[in-house]
Design a protein. Sequence first.
Length: 530
Amino acid sequence: MTAPWWQTGVIYQIYLRSFQDSNHDGIGDLKGVARRLDYLAGLGVEAIWISPFYPSPIADFGYDVADYCGVDARFGTLADFDDLLAQAHARGLKVLLDFVPNHTSDRHPWFVASRSSRDHPKRDWYIWRDGAPDGAPPNNWISDFGGSAWEWDAVTRQYYYHAFLKEQADLNWRNPAVQAAMYDVMRFWFDRGVDGFRIDVLWHMVKAADFADNPPNPDYQPGMGEMHRVLQLHSTDQPEVHAIAADMRAIADSYGAGSERVLIGEIYLPVDRLMHYYGRDRAEVHLPFNFQLVDAPWDARALATLIAGYEAALSGGWPNWVLGNHDRPRVAAKRGQAQARVAAMLLLTLRGTPTLYYGDELGLSDVAIPPEQVQDPRELREPGLGLGRDPVRTPMPWDGTENAGFTTGRPWLPLNADWPTRNVARMAQEPDSILALYRRLLTLRRARPALSTGDIALLDAEGDVLAYERRHGGERLIVALNLGERPQHLALPDWARDCQPLLSTVAGAAPGGDGVLLLRADEGVILKAD
Ligand code: NOJ
């Protein structure tokens, strides 16, 4: 049986506002994405995941949805979406949408109705509670963006719950009518032909029925962000969420076993809890996002332990890996340019589905945003802690023309200062650019099943070297990564003594060795051993 596309292919995350503008307003849009589909197909990715484009007041840049079945005029029209989907499919690219089921905008008609009166039939679609006897919020739950997670409604004299901004009211997923309405939203997009969803904050969707206070976090340090004052024990990851994830999976599967519609869950949890989201009695999401590489120390032994621990925990679930996304610092900012190349090799050679964040293929780094240009509500609410997400959401630099070809208007966020040299057109001409490396890695991955669906086994290694074997049938490959800036060596196993290099992150011929692989500073290599 051949493996489904979501196991063999690479997913590319498009932060829509910043990818390509087509109508001169300084923000990216759907027609812009359509213009860049040849680039994406040529890069060698299998699927794109597009951040939310639904009608929205943009309090949290589209993660505050006011209509789940439409397209915000800023991003285009439903016809533009249909056209994009058809054009993507014509190129063999799958399209995943961002589904935001935990909360709606406070302007969504459902919430407007819900807050209109305590007796409205939609009152129970959201989470309304009386205050404490002294008028304080119902409990100590803290918004992920700081401050109490409860907002007082002076008209109906109750609080509503919002895990994020007060403009993002949490739906009450214990209400069957909410479930039915949101499942219809999934069907609306599946019927249009989308290939799956990335599900926003899946582990937040159900809250403890008794709304008990969250316990204090013993490891809290000032500067972490106020949300970390408490452990989100009762406000997230409740057992009842699993039936909902399973229902969603059943809907995806109802589109036919062969059509392979995929669900990816955004879940920030320790590995043991993350594993539950594959499903036990009933299947849940295909890919619970594995964010471990985002925060892991860049240390060979620590990464080996992490990989082994994740692999051991999977018990049949298909793995996946992420280096960065629109909420977290970019890999080049954390590891530097030389190690960003090593990280690329790691991401694209581990067992499991990789998700590649737009611009990482250019080595794009975080862009410092002057205070007067800050847009992200996360930064505006808790400034100066380094929690803001604007630096990782800057426009994609395409070429050497005005605004790097992103827009002919005024870009909504500043470009990377090095855009005249760090852009797609320029780097596509440079044989040793990180973009060229990504292309080679993606090509190799497509050509060699060992790198996508093959088994993985860690190899004994010392110092800064992380090494593993990938194996499929008779094909045996070795990946050896030097995570440091000093040369290293790796004693090759006997079966690999005559191996041949297939690809290096560093230009020029690698020094040979007799049964010993010499790795230059910041070098990652893929070797063929069969
Ligand atoms: C997770 C998204 O990735 C983030 O960008 C957003 O702010 C929150 N969920 C709220 O929807």
